[in-house]
Design a protein around this ligand. Structure first.
Ligand code: IPE
Ligand code: IPE
Ligand code: MG
Length: 230
């Protein structure tokens, strides 16, 4: 299958990876196990996105609101993030994957910030798939920061704000997927989703396979995007 056909013309897909806790609960396992299995789903999906030639895959990993969770759960999530980057960085480098972070990651623990800076630097010249990880990300925070920067430079126009968003330079968002049956955006990519197609699936994130992405892209290809015109 040609790459173009694999992605059905979509350049940028974003995913709200939800349902790790419910996946674990169904199996009477600790939430941490759900998060671990969630990382496995990430690893597999990033490989698939690269193989199908997707330009950008944006994954919601930790929101500005997720600090409301227990200290224990936050530290589990941060530990898993650290391990994932440590374990997969060499693979990103070898496979031309560029890492990008959206959200203010500089407030995370110092060792994680250092690791992320290293990973960003080592993959900066890659021009294959861009893996965008949303960390301490909230769209309202992003838009407020972008508007402040635009104002400091001149007029606050949509174009000026867009140029200051954390996602500046990425292809426009084509498809937004949320797993686990919740039908809400939870402060994710509010600006970028203006004309994105959306797919909500009941599949819990640890069960989300490349075949589910392929299915979503097929559904995407059947949507008629009109952007307000006719
Ligand atoms: C998504 O799974 C992972 C993060 C938000 C980091 P959840 O932890 O939100 O899982 P549920 O929604 O409780 O099932
Ligand atoms: C959204 O999921 C955040 C991430 C997937 C990182 P949540 O589980 O935090 O969202 P709500 O609380 O159900 O809206
Ligand atoms: Mg959730």
């Amino acid at each position: 299958m040609s790459l173009e056909r694999a992605t059905h013309g979509a350049r940028h897909v974003a995913i709200i990876m939800d349902g790790n806790g419910r996946w674990a609960k169904k199996r009477h396992l600790p939430r941490a196990v759900g998060h671990q299995r969630g990382v496995e789903a990430v690893r597999t999906l990033v490989r698939a996105a690269r193989e199908m030639g997707l330009e950008a895959l944006t994954l919601y990993a930790f929101s500005t609101e997720n600090w409301r969770r227990s200290e224990d759960e936050v530290s589990t999530l941060m530990g898993l993030l650290k391990r994932y980057i440590q374990e997969d960085l060499a693979e990103f480098v070898a496979n031309n994957v560029r890492l990008r972070i959206i959200g203010d990651y500089t407030v995370l623990a110092r060792d994680i910030v250092a690791l992320l800076d290293e990973a960003l630097a080592k993959t900066a010249a890659n021009d294959g798939t861009t893996l965008v990880v949303a960390l301490n990300y909230g769209a309202q925070d992003e838009i407020a920061r972008a508007a402040a920067k635009a104002a400091a430079k001149g007029a606050i126009t949509p174009e000026a704000i867009e140029a200051e968003l954390d996602t500046a330079g990425l292809p426009p968002l084509d498809l937004l997927i949320r797993t686990s049956g919740e039908v809400r955006l939870s402060n994710f990519l509010l600006w970028q989703a203006a004309y994105a197609e959306m797919i909500f699936t009941d599949v819990l994130w640890p069960d989300f396979k490349p075949a589910h992405l392929a299915e979503a892209l097929e559904e995407f290809s059947r949507r008629e995007r009109r952007y307000g015109g006719r």
